[in-house]
Design a protein around this ligand. Sequence first.
Ligand code: ADP
Ligand code: MG
Length: 410
Amino acid sequence: DGMLMSELPRPFRMMLLVNPQSGKGQALTLYNNYIQQMLNEANVQHTLIITEWQNHARELVREADLSQWDALVIMSGDGLLYEVINGLLERPDWEEAIRTPLGVLPGGSGNALAASIHHYSGASPVCSEELLVSCGFLLCKGLVSHMDLVSIHLSSSPRLFSFLSLAWGFIADVDIESEKYRHIGAVRFTIGTLVRLASLRIYKGRLAYLPVAEDGNNRTIHCNNQASSVSPASLLCRPSSNSPCQNTFYNSCHSNNSLTSRRSESTSSKCTTNALPGPPDSLLPPLDQALPSDWVVVQEEDFVLMLAMYQSHLAEDLLMAPDATLNDGFIHLFYIRAGISRIALLRLLLAMEKGAHLAANCQHLVHTKVRALRLEPFSPKGIITVDGEVVEYGPVQAEVHRGLARLISG
Ligand code: ADP
Ligand code: MG
């Protein structure tokens, strides 16, 4: 299915981007203590580049002569890989550029992809320096696999690409509020969780998704199936497959819909034809238009959290989607309905460390596999994160692109 592994040529030439500010500010020390020698012994030629500002890596990758490099590797948290992926997909030659093998060495406070590839390798869970050493070995082995990416549409920002997560509610708030504890490393998430739990909130909004087709691969786990289909009338709003906007609506459709008009008949499309780079989205209508009838609209509008995951781990010690793989082509959608008690929520969050939350039989937790989703928060202010980074708050929709990127994994 085109998802085969390949091996990097030897010796391979690697651009290694290190963010000296990530995590506790120790990435360079970790490089000197663990990685430099390992790469030399494995005959991996690498050029060390220390990032100097936010978006530095994104700019470098956008302009780089990629024929010089067999792999682009980050040593930081997930934030730096997010920059690299979006930089590659902003290039006019994005189709070629996104095939460049990528790699991750955990040096930040949020090292979810590193934890995920370690998990996929079948090894037992580890943290911190042990995780770094494991990822160092995987990197030296140089086995390249495809990795799913998800395109994200926001109401007035350009489309962007995500390799890890889209979050709203409890988890997004914890991630961002805990930034101020960055100096203590991954423990910041634990502290942040306890703070947020003490002042637990309800998040109001509408959630809809396109389920994975029933083909045996779609084992949906519902504690309580309260979902229903949208009205057939909305089918009228589906863009036709040969619409001139089809390939470009993602970059130029500015939603002007208020929450009160979200169910009104769709107005004429605001699509234009100036194409931005990146693959077209085939499942998403413009953000201000109604969804096709094969989408499921979640009946609840009160949530504690919504989390869309495309890899197994959300952090080194959070096994959120235990059955996720690098390129399964699924968005693993989780939401927790309001009404859950603090103690039940705490129990779930603790169970997530080992991925046991799905077996906990919680009536408020729903997990399903989807190809695309749309979230329309009702509150005017709040936090939405993509791969742990804050993005524009408001309506958001997403579609998975199976195996679009390549990652050195195990
Ligand atoms: P962490 O897991 O610790 O948050 P990230 O890789 O997510 O680590 O990095 C956090 C942010 O730091 C990213 O948004 C990145 O753009 C930014 N960044 C990269 N280099 C620098 C730098 N030299 N100074 C400040 N910020 C930087
Ligand atoms: Mg980060």
